[in-house]
Design a binder for this molecule. Structure first.
Ligand code: ZN
Length: 371
């Protein structure tokens, strides 16, 4: 495994060779994710594939089980490639006493009804409000690195706090220490030091970038990239909340299905109650307001020169372009505005000679609504 930096180019194609092995399918269990989707998991007789002991593989969904024709007791071909979850490729040998698998019609975690939405492959537990698997999954997503990034609050702690009834929704995280700090201090595996660390990381998370918030609240299908697009496009959570699907669909990277998901999320009473409760505990750092309409920078030719204290050249350029301005590298009689930072050079002199409007960084701040 060594000498990666020196490995010849042609080896790259073989970096993750798929390895296969044949083993017995001992059983099928079902996991419930944060959106309530039931995912069948193959419980395998442990087998060494390419140096890794594999005892579970994904079966994706009920259709996949039917397609493979796989039954508990069969011998199956398992494939493992790189870091991807191992999967079952085919049935290698029918078992003598293999039994057909019946997909559960109730949630294995909460006993709630299971439905298959029309046109969807997945079965879902309908108990989104009270299914512990969904609540845990939602909270784990909420505290994850690209969301609120709360160190010291991992899957284990979340399970514990959910079971104790201390955390039922994201907002409860921000009152956890206030309400249960003392009990926590005396709990096994905690103590003063870890409670103090947890307090710090929860407090840090109170200041949250808008795109992280959008990602964290778990709108179906909205990942990090989409969250960033939405944050930039809407500039504030309230604007996104009130957006109609027609407006969402016009945005590059948002399709019709996703627009509908977003709108129905923001029309869901439970989700909005949870969001309102959460908003009481956090300060959202909104991206620089982007209002293309009526902005004085719209269609203006702008030149940046010198160093700005709050923005890198790229960031300033992005803001200007988002506001509809055209940023160019050199000053001419067609230039409308020159934004001059510290140590502005010949471009500033040129602008002065041509009588072009010159802005300081403060003028720029005012124009984009930053203070
Ligand atoms: Zn459930």
């Amino acid at each position: 495994m060594g000498a990666r930096a020196n490995s010849p180019r042609w080896e790259i194609a073989y970096k993750f060779p798929a390895a296969r092995g044949i083993t017995k399918l001992n059983g099928i269990t079902v996991q419930v994710g944060r959106t309530g989707v039931l995912t069948p998991v193959a419980e395998l007789e442990p087998i060494n594939i390419g140096g890794v002991l594999v005892s579970r593989a994904t079966l994706h969904n009920a259709d996949e089980i039917a397609r493979l024709g796989v039954q508990v007791g069969d011998k199956v071909t398992v494939q493992r490639a790189g870091d991807v979850i191992p999967q079952i490729v085919n049935v290698a040998e029918k078992g003598e006493n293999s039994e057909p698998y019946v997909f559960p019609d109730v949630c294995p975690v909460c006993g709630g009804a299971v439905v298959r939405e029309s046109g969807m492959v997945a079965y879902r537990c309908v108990n989104s409000l009270s299914c512990p698997a969904q609540i845990r999954g939602e909270l784990e997503h909420f505290v994850s690195r690209h969301a609120f990034d709360i160190e010291g609050l991992g899957a284990r702690q979340i399970e514990l706090f959910v079971n104790l009834g201390w955390i039922k929704a994201p907002a409860d995280i921000f009152t956890l220490i206030e309400k249960h700090g003392e009990e926590l201090m005396n709990m096994d595996g905690f103590g003063a030091k870890s409670v103090s660390n947890l307090t710090d990381s929860i407090n840090r998370a109170r200041n949250i970038d808008l795109h992280r918030l959008i990602y964290a609240i778990g709108i179906p299908d909205v990942g990090e990239v989409t969250a960033k697009i939405l944050a930039r496009e809407f500039g504030a959570i309230e604007n996104l909340r009130n957006a109609g699907s027609w407006k969402l669909e016009k945005i590059d990277g948002i399709g019709e299905v996703m627009a509908d998901e977003i709108v129905s999320f923001f029309h869901d009473e439970h989700s909005m109650q949870a969001l309102d409760n959460l908003l009481k505990h956090i300060n959202i750092k909104n991206p620089v307001k982007v209002s293309v309409e009526n902005n004085i920078l719209k269609d203006k030719r702008v030149v940046l020169t010198g160093t700005l204290s709050k923005y890198t050249r790229d960031a300033a350029k992005e803001i200007l372009e988002n506001l509809g301005a055209r940023v160019s590298g050199s000053v001419s009689s067609k230039t409308d505005i020159v934004i001059a930072g510290v140590e502005a050079g010949s471009k500033l002199t040129d602008a002065q000679k041509l009588g072009i409007t010159i802005w300081s960084e403060e003028d720029f701040d005012n124009a984009i609504g930053e203070r």
